[in-house]
Design a protein around this ligand. Sequence first.
Ligand code: NDP
Ligand code: BG6
Length: 513
Amino acid sequence: PKEKLKDELLSVTSTKEWDEKAGFDSNENESTVSITVVGASGDLAKKKIFPALFALYYEDCLPKHFTIYGYARSKMTDAELRNMVSKTLTCRIDKRENCSEKMDQFLKRCFYHSGQYDSEENFAQLDKKLKRHEGGRVSNHLFYLSIPPNIFVEAVKCASSSASSGNGWTRVIVEKPFGRDSESSAVLTKSLKQYLTEDQIFRIDHYLGKELVENLSVLRFANLIFEPLWTRQYIRNVQIIFSEDFGTEGRGGYFDNYGIIRDIMQNHLLQILALFAMETPVSLDAEDIRNEKVKVLRSMRPLRLEDVVIGQYKSHCKGGVTYPSYTDDKTVPKDSLTPTFAAAALFIDNARWDGVPFLMKAGKALHNKGAEIRVQFRHVPGNLYNRNFGTDLDRATNELVIRVQPDEAIFLKINNKVPGLGMRLDRSNLNLHYAARYSKEIPDAYERLLLDAIEGERRLFIRSDELDAAWALFTPVLKELEEKKIIPESYPYGSRGPVSAHYLAARYNVRWG
Ligand code: NDP
Ligand code: BG6
């Protein structure tokens, strides 16, 4: 029946007829959005993009008239695409009774077109199909480039030259990596701008769509108690930590060309740092926020080799199970020096943050999975209660922890009197635990970002000058690591990472949280 519906839909000639067949309300005055997932046969499309689009549909967040096209070289029918997509759809947000009905309705709006990424002709065929679905309405086009970066530009060129001069907008979501260094990133930006304006390019960093990263600005700017403390006067150090308890399984081919600094630090962790450390924006407008992010990134010192530790995981046997080395992956050269772990100390040379170390740590195949921001405050001057802590004064300082994932939470470590007749102090948490406080499930980052792209909200996407500033910080050290062929320190799969990360932190009087 689905195939039959497809044939019927493709043979329709008018909007009204299409709407009736597809079960939509007809309204000639409304616009349509056509979303094309380029690289629809791939991992990201299956795992994240289609499920996020369904979640938006399920929550009634998509415009009334929309069509989704998968585009890739693989041969697939609409029915096969729908079958593939249906396997990853869930009604996890809330399991209303009409879930499976909603899934069917959503799948009816999904189609597939097989084509090459460098063929204008194939994109023109796609465009013809889109037009039919659009039925003469004002047509808006969103392309999601979920393909390897070496074919971004070809695909954009073909999509833009064959796309009808639609009377609505055209936007392109570009996945990371945006280059490997300052030069290649500049070339990519220049090439994309031959076909698109900056306003049409939505560079995605999915960490910006995570609930607690979005909340950073609210925490800072909507609470009187935090902003006055957000300076070198009160903050000793800031730690931004990412860890995964699995290796690069399945993505070794991509990863070996990039490494953990490019994969996680230069984008996800640096974006968190920028939001954490920027000055108050003039407004919540995208350009005002991005202006502040660029300013703080440009106030940072390029990372120095002596402030970096790199590591690579090695095979480890635990509980009778042998976990592989990074280089056991068949797509990774045996002598690869690509880091799967890195720790770095970064500094912001401005009045607010002068001398405060911002420590980053990111690693694959570690002992746990998580992402968090730790803010360690200074000692209370002349603290009357110091004697309670003996010589370990670090234990007495306050710490604010923003746990981005999993089990989202914000907690503040404070000193508290242990109830009783004596005077004993204890460190306790003031805890905002999301699962306990909010009953609704947190949406996936891709849902927020896709919705923003459809609505033209650019706040959570990376502007080209932000990207330039981010690469400027990491490019010199990346080059040095590669030119000097620095050997990464080994660490066992499932461990806490290389010991040198502790020495790096200790050099700045920091203890990892
Ligand atoms: P895939 O490797 O799965 O590629 C997506 C699709 O592109 C494939 O299904 C394939 O489709 C086509 N393709 C793959 N290799 C080539 C090639 N050498 N030449 C031409 N076409 C090719 O990528 P992912 O789905 O994992 O990722 C897509 C993008 O998203 C990448 O830029 C990646 O860096 C980024 N990304 C991915 C994440 C993930 O978790 N997977 C996370 C964050 C970013 P076909 O053969 O049918 O044309
Ligand atoms: C991607 C990286 O950008 O982020 C992956 O390329 C990493 O290597 C992933 O696994 C982590 O994302 P999340 O949302 O699972 O923390």
